[in-house]
Design a protein around this ligand. Sequence first.
Ligand code: ZN
Length: 372
Amino acid sequence: MKLYDTQQRAVVPLDARPGATMRMYVCGITPSDATHVGHAATFLAFDVLQRRLQDLGCRTRCVRNITDVDDDLLARARAVGVHYLDLAAGSLAAFDADMDALGLLRADAEPRATSAIPDIRRLIGRLLSSGHAYRSSGGVYFDTSAAQSFGELSRLDGVQMVELARRRGGRPDDPNKRRPLDFVLWQPSSVGEPEWSASWGLGRPGWHVECSALALTHLGETIDVHGGGSDLVFPHHECSRAQSEAATGRRFVRHWMHTSMVRSGGAKMSKSAGNLVVVSDLRARWAPMAVRLALLGEHYRADWEWSEASVVTATRRLERWRAAGRGDGALAQVRERLDDDLDTPGALDAIDAAAARRVPVSDAAALLGVTL
Ligand code: ZN
């Protein structure tokens, strides 16, 4: 099959031979809020990829981390007056219920940052001893001058990277850094925040190093497909790549996959914009399979605007597909569409065409994770 690779900026063949194990790592959630449509669309794209890889005869091993210690989570726990791990537990239960309802495959491992502190410390220790990281004022920072290919994933120049880092919490003006793009691996905790001991000082890990440590522990030094939302390309994945390759001397990721941003009311869906459409609200009013089908109607790489009308369309679609009966009509066409950079809108059209001729389409729908 062919799939767009963010680093190469092109649709390229994905090496997925029958019998091979495809190791996938999808950046998961910070469990501080309800799951919105943008999250669901991202995890759904990886879910469909995983289903097609299994259909091709591959084994898949998919890891999705949980960032359960993080600035946003700690701030929200403080604001609502609960322990941060209690807030995380409640949010995770709701997330699991949403994903199960939409028919997503469960991850093979869902490691939590707070359970991976020894792995994270080990990775930071490796980077310090190899000269890729330095200690400063109780923290540890990655030295980007020691990573020659820094910027090759996002293809941004230095000025653009500093600007994006500033907007996305990278603190380029932190006086403890040698260079603005150096990033934190370990930081002293503020008063009231959780902290762990390390030979370089009490504190907590940075976000980027969490994913590298978990990927190394659960999947090994090179991952087949790694990704998440496109807002993670920089700085998160650029930094994950730099530190992983610095530690192992090997290529970290064979194929980078990123999903589009979803808009609502004309703006990118985000908590700060106040325009979140949350999955629990949708599935209270619509059949979860119709919500899944509505999301599959958009290509994973094209930015799109959420509209509830898409669930109405999807509900009618489901009825037509169910009326066509059980069988393997359109299966070959759906496979062909998925192998062309996960063209789910094209796959839905192929099933529509078969169902219109009263050809049974339940197997083709099942390949998309849609149960009729
Ligand atoms: Zn990550």
